[in-house]
Structure formats: structure tokens, C-alpha cells
Design a protein around this ligand. Structure first.
Ligand code: SAH
Length: 227
């Protein structure tokens, strides 16, 4: 399979055609080999227009949703970014192409470890992966110019809003039911937080102190919701 061709087609047919315009974001997607982030046996599906299962019952999100999330962070280069839910490290790698430094938090130890290895093997040097509850953010390096979560919770974790720099954006799926998650962008303006809905989505649960309790909810995974 010619993954370079499939990657270019994915950018044209799934991202540009749906309105992703930011050149930095499109170039980042052209650069990251998604086939090296999905499980070996699913490699041929790496550029499908969907989320795919990874280990531990988690998913790698649909490319378009990763792109929408990152474009909505309005990165111009040079930012320090926090990501919650490293999973395979794919979204972290895309962020590495644009931001100066990426801090990524994953709660499942085996996923955190394999993402760390994979990112290092692929030469990404501007990323740190921590194994912890990301609903508490990563206080040590706060504030962040932008924050993205790739798992959905019932409400916006306070720690994430408070670790956002002035003018920064937090993009996170929020919803009380699997059928009604909305990708929300929170923008910090001084001590005020403005919220905008971006899209209806389906993400795996954000499990933690300011998220769902373990086993409370089963969701489907980082894709657009079927209407
Ligand atoms: N961005 C990932 C998508 C992973 S799916 C990728 O590109 O592959 C979402 C991930 O969020 C899962 O790996 C899940 O374990 C993780 N997660 C869920 N709740 C979390 C929490 N409180 N803190 C950190 N990670 C969490």
C-alpha cells in the first residue's frame, strides 16, 4: 500500500473537503505517518474516515475530528500545548508539528509507555508524556497556551480551565450521555471563560476525578456522530 498517497488523499477528501483550512494543520497531517500509530493488523485502514480501536478498549480518533480540534486551538507556532488522552500518540505527533512543546497525559500506563516509545522512535523530541489523571491537568508546566482533550467528560474540568493561559483555547468533548456529546471550545478572557459548540461527536470516556468514574459509561470513540 502506498501510504503517502493515502495520506494525501485523506487530507484532501476528509479534511479540506470538510472545511479545514489552516495550512499549518494541513501540513502537519501531511507529515505524520498515521499507519505507524494504529495497531499492525489495522494498518491498511489507517487512512479510513473513522476512529479505529487500539488496545485497552480505547480508540485512535477519526482524522477529521483531530483536525477540527487542533484547528480550533488556533495555533500559530511556538505554543506550549497540553493534551489529555495520549492514546497512541497520534494527535500528540500532529501537535508536535505545529507547537513548540507538547505535554500529553494518559491514564493507562501501557498506553502511556508505548506512546512515549513510539514518539521517541519517530523522532519527536518536543513532547513529554505523563501517566496520570489528566482531568487534573499537568500543574507542573501550567499555564498552557492551548489544551485539547481526546476523551469526553460530563463537565469541563476546573483544573483544565485554570491551567489555560489568557486568550488560550481549551477544546474538549462534553456530554452527559453518549448520544449527546458536543466538542466545545472554551476561551479564556481574563477570569472569564467563553464557550462555543463546535460539533456533535462521540469520544471514549474521560475517566478521572473531574471526569467519569471508572466503568460508569461506555462510549464509542472520537468520531462524528451519525445523524
Ligand atoms: N489522542 C489519542 C486518542 C486516544 S483515545 C490518539 O491520537 O491516539 C482517548 C484516551 O484518553 C484513551 O487512551 C484514554 O485512556 C485516555 N483517557 C481517558 N481519561 C483520561 C484521563 N482522565 N487522563 C488521561 N487520559 C485519559
Amino acid at each position: 500500500m502506498d501510504f503517502d498517497v493515502l495520506r494525501a488523499q485523506m487530507v484532501d477528501r476528509q479534511l479540506i473537503s470538510r472545511g479545514i483550512r489552516d495550512r499549518r494543520v494541513l501540513d502537519a497531517f501531511r507529515a505524520v505517518p498515521r499507519e505507524l500509530f494504529v495497531p499492525d493488523e489495522l494498518r491498511e485502514f489507517a487512512y479510513e474516515d473513522s476512529a479505529l480501536p487500539i488496545s485497552c478498549g480505547q480508540t485512535i480518533s477519526q482524522p477529521y475530528i483531530v483536525a477540527l480540534t487542533i484547528e480550533s486551538m488556533n495555533l500559530r507556532g511556538g505554543e506550549r500545548v497540553l493534551e489529555i488522552g495520549t492514546g497512541t500518540g497520534y494527535a500528540a505527533a500532529v501537535l508536535c508539528q505545529i507547537a513548540e512543546k507538547v505535554y500529553s497525559v494518559e491514564r493507562i500506563p501501557s498506553l502511556a509507555e508505548s506512546a512515549r516509545d513510539r514518539l521517541s522512535r519517530l523522532g519527536y523530541q518536543n513532547v513529554l508524556v505523563s501517566c496520570a489523571d489528566g482531568t487534573l491537568g499537568w500543574p507542573e508546566y501550567a499555564p498552557y497556551d492551548a489544551i485539547a482533550a481526546s476523551a469526553g467528560g460530563p463537565r469541563i474540568p476546573r483544573a483544565l480551565s485554570s491551567q489555560l493561559a489568557p486568550g488560550g483555547h481549551l477544546v474538549i468533548p462534553i456530554g452527559l450521555e453518549s448520544s449527546s456529546q458536543v466538542l466545545v471550545r472554551v476561551t479564556r478572557d481574563g477570569d472569564q471563560f467563553r464557550q462555543e459548540p463546535l460539533a456533535d461527536v462521540l469520544f471514549v470516556p474521560l475517566v478521572g476525578v473531574e471526569g467519569w468514574e471508572d466503568g460508569e459509561l461506555e462510549l464509542n470513540g472520537g468520531s462524528m456522530r451519525e445523524k
